[in-house]
Write a new protein. Structure first.
Length: 171
């Protein structure tokens, strides 16, 4: 396994468990379990000293609520960038958003939806990371799932197989 600098870390997260119905899909909120799972993910990140200094978050209510629960539990004090493309777009839109992250950002979290979140995680995986984390990710990407990558490339150069999986958490 090649060494990873750890200068850049990416956290890809699927929003927490959401209510099945609302006035619109965009307006669906988290359930109590979704709030609890998001807070648990934030606690898990904080225990690993993975406090985001940049946040890309879907504009959907459930993603926004997930971010606020994660931020509160992890101690993150960054103002999120709400991105409509993470709600309406797919993998290409998510990758473009990540490639536009300011170079000074060290630990970035993307809070989005499936199937995009899982596809992004699998696309970025170089296959050389932590076996247990990769195994967890391969078993599924349920609501509230988190995968962590170490990156050796600039944000603008982020592409397929550019990340080393270092952690996975699922409710």
């Amino acid at each position: 396994m090649r060494s990873v600098t750890g200068r850049r870390q990416l956290i890809v997260m699927r929003h927490g468990k959401a209510e099945p119905f609302a006035a619109t899909d965009h307006a669906r909120a988290l359930t109590d379990r979704g709030h609890a799972d998001a807070a648990a993910a934030g606690t898990w990140l904080a225990a690993r000293q993975l406090v985001p200094d940049h946040a890309l978050v879907s504009t959907a209510v459930r993603a926004r609520e997930t971010w606020f629960d994660v931020a509160r539990a992890s101690g993150a004090e960054v103002e999120p960038s709400f991105d409509e493309g993470l709600y309406q777009g797919g993998v290409d839109a998510a990758l473009e958003s990540l490639q536009a992250v300011p170079e000074g950002a060290g630990t970035v979290i993307l809070v989005g939806h499936n199937p995009t979140a899982a596809y992004v995680a699998h696309m970025l995986d170089d296959g050389e990371g932590d076996d247990e984390a990769i195994s967890g990710m391969l078993r599924g990407f349920p609501p509230g799932a988190v995968v962590v990558f170490d990156l050796e490339v600039a944000w603008a150069e982020l592409a397929a197989e550019a990340g080393r999986v270092t952690g996975f958490h699922a409710p």
